[in-house]
Design a binder for this molecule. Structure first.
Ligand code: 0RA
Length: 639
């Protein structure tokens, strides 16, 4: 790989060697995370998104209507589009083809000069050269000028010249690459992860058809949504009860465009996704805050105008109006500023006023033209406001109680000795007998045990005020110490590891799901902070003589049995944690050195929401089977 060494102006005091700037792709291979975020699964999938983003750029410029992604059986991935094709002519400045520039120069990806596209997607905008740098091999094919061109690369360096290999009537680009296992811990793509992202892309770009298939399994999906983000909100509400037809409006100022789709459902949870140039701005930003402010104002104005709110009533708050809303906001702007921890917060402040103007104007018109819809939204927000006041009363009550009882920790909590939250963990255990084993087995220096009895409330079907009257949830919240809702404060969290430890049977799975739903819905910040875990107790104990092995799955048991031979084996199947003696529970599930924990994360909020709705929502019948099969889908393996 050739490295351009660009010398900076060196002042006498400086060591010129040290300030030599390395350009070219070797920088990418040296520090991949700087370009793709990580060398874990997220970074790996980012490679695919980077190529798709280039194709979507072509689509946004009006030249591409179709993208096809194939997971190949050799582990590589192919991304083809029917855009204009990467230019093949020789660039006057560099003396090499456009293809070679795109493949070997940083930031040269889809944008040779800024004027090529008005707006452009891509989180890092680093271009396909980064994909090239991090691939053991890459093949690029261009369909252009009646010809098919092809060039091969190895770890970023070309391994063949650009050559014509055939004729075609089409235009477009096909890139196929195999990620370099010297760079990535894992080089297997997760089909579902790709499918979810591609579906989102198709919602956001209504004119594009995206096909994705997996050669290994034969799975195939084709996404094309005429309705765009209207289809997106319908998708969000699919297993929920929608209260009206979706509302849609759009507007533009200068080179910036915005569109919004809104549809309320009968749940209590807001479900809003804001995108900027197709990027999910999870951390929000000015587009989102402008939208929320205007939505709040418009609903308040309407409710006052129609006298649903009396003059003496206080205004509805933003959160009242957001209860049960599903909304998509999509903005496209020429120079997005991505800020925040994960670079997913839109920092362009001019968007706030713009979103307010568009939303105020369009939504008040829509409300005037559709009074039935407006009334549903206004009245539902008023109910939410009264529930908020009731919840506040309930919270005040619990707070007062905890003041009275000094320390006020729940009686059944077996606390640990350590006080530094970062060193402490709490096991939430189902049932008293398991709780007993856990209390005896633990390391009391830093492990606390909270046994919960029976089923906790299904929080999916209740508002916060009712949830806070549930004894088990109160005990949990008091033990955690971090509060909930407006009072949430992670600094007050007493344990930085919260470990859900339930039986490995269907009831255990159910309780685990109830708890996860509660964390996910009401203590999402703890999930985002990576504090919530699920313990993995073994399913079998296999004894031969003095030797005991534990198996955490059916397959592992088979393997151990095979290894030890059939004779003289005693196999015990654990139905509940209570069947393990304290030593065994410690050894298999609680000992930091030996246990396996699953960290809960929420990488794809849209799909997590759908999963929890399915798990805990109205439809009772399919639930049991579904929980048994999928309850752990929401989690990723950690540690
Ligand atoms: C540079 C310039 C143009 C298009 C592209 C790159 C381009 C890159 C990729 C990567 C995957 N698919 C792509 N499609 C296009 C503009 C082409 C022109 O002006 O004709």
């Amino acid at each position: 790989m050739d490295e351009e060494q660009v010398e900076s102006v060196a002042e006498e005091d400086y060591d010129a060697e040290k300030i030599t700037v390395l350009e070219g792709l070797s920088a990418v291979r040296k520090r991949p995370s700087m370009y793709i975020g990580s060398t874990g699964p997220t970074g790996l999938h980012h490679l695919v998104y980077e190529v798709i983003d280039n194709a979507i750029d072509e689509a946004m410029a009006g030249y591409c209507s179709w993208i096809k992604i194939i997971l190949k059986s050799d582990g590589s991935v192919s991304i083809e589009d029917n855009g204009r094709g990467i230019p093949i002519d020789i660039h006057s400045k560099y003396g090499v083809s456009g293809v070679e520039i795109a493949m070997t120069k940083l930031h040269a990806g889809g944008k040779f000069d800024k004027s090529t596209y008005k707006v452009s997607g891509g989180l890092h905008g680093v271009g396909v050269s980064v994909v090239n740098a991090l691939s053991i091999w890459l093949k690029v094919e261009v369909f252009r000028n009646g010809n098919i061109y092809r060039q091969w690369y190895k770890q970023g360096d070309k391994s063949s010249e650009l050559e014509i290999i055939g004729k075609t009537q089409n235009t477009g680009t096909r890139v196929r690459f195999l990620p370099d296992k010297e760079i990535f811990n894992i080089i297997e793509f997760d089909f579902k992860t790709l499918v979810d992202r591609v579906r989102e892309m198709a919602f956001l770009n209504r004119n594009v058809t995206i096909e994705i298939s997996n050669e290994l399994t034969g799975a195939e999906n084709i996404f094309h949504y005429e309705g765009g983000i209207v289809s997106f909100v319908e998708y969000l509400n699919k297993n929920k009860k929608a209260l009206h037809d979706p509302i849609y409006f759009r507007g533009e100022e200068g080179d910036t465009q915005a569109e919004m789709a809104i549809q309320y459902n009968d749940s209590f949870i807001p479900n809003i996704y804001a995108f900027a140039n197709n990027i999910n701005t999870r951390e929000g930003g000015y587009h989102l805050s402008g939208f929320k402010a205007a939505l709040t104002r418009t609903v308040n104005d309407y409710a006052r105008g129609k006298k649903f709110l009396k003059d003496s009533d206080p205004n509805l708050l933003g959160n009242d109006i957001l209860e049960g809303v599903a909304a998509i906001i999509s903005v496209r702007l020429p120079e997005p500023q991505f800020e925040g921890q994960t670079k997913t917060k839109l920092g362009n402040s001019e968007l706030k006023g713009m979103m307010e103007r568009i939303t105020n104007q369009s939504l008040s018109e829509i409300f005037e033209e559709n009074p039935a819809v407006a009334e549903i939204i206004a009245k539902r927000s008023i109910v939410a406001a009264s529930a908020r006041l009731a919840a506040k009363k309930a919270r005040d009550l619990t707070r007062r109680k905890s003041y009275l009882e000094s320390a006020a920790l729940p009686g059944k909590l077996a606390d640990c000795q350590e006080r530094d939250p970062y060193k402490c963990e709490i096991f939430i255990v189902e049932g008293d007998s398991a709780g007993g084993s856990a209390k005896q087995g633990r390391d009391r220096a830093f492990q606390a045990i909270l046994p919960l009895r029976g089923k906790i409330l299904n929080v999916e079907k209740a508002r916060l005020d009712r949830i806070l009257r549930n004894k088990e949830i109160l005990a949990l919240l008091t033990a955690l110490g971090c509060g909930v809702g407006e009072e949430f404060n992670i600094e007050k969290l007493r344990y930085r590891k919260i470990i859900i430890m339930t039986d490995a049977d269907i009831d255990g799975a159910h309780i685990r799901t109830l708890l996860l739903t509660f964390f996910y819905r009401y203590l999402g910040q703890l999930v985002d902070a990576g504090c919530v875990y699920v313990a993995q107790p073994p399913l079998f104990r296999i004894q031969k003589g003095r030797r005991a092995d534990y198996a955490y799955s059916e397959e592992e048991k088979e393997r151990i049995v095979e290894e030890l031979g059939d004779r003289g084996l005693t196999i015990q199947r654990y139905k509940g944690l209570g069947e393990m003696n304290p030593d065994q529970l410690w050894e298999t599930t609680m000992d930091v050195d030996k246990r396996m924990l699953i960290r809960i994360d929420d990488n794809d909020h849209v799909e997590s929401d759908k999963l929890f709705t399915k798990l805990m929502g109205e439809e009772v019948e399919p639930r049991r089977a579904f929980i048994q099969k999928h309850a752990l889908e929401v989690v990723n393996l950690d540690i």
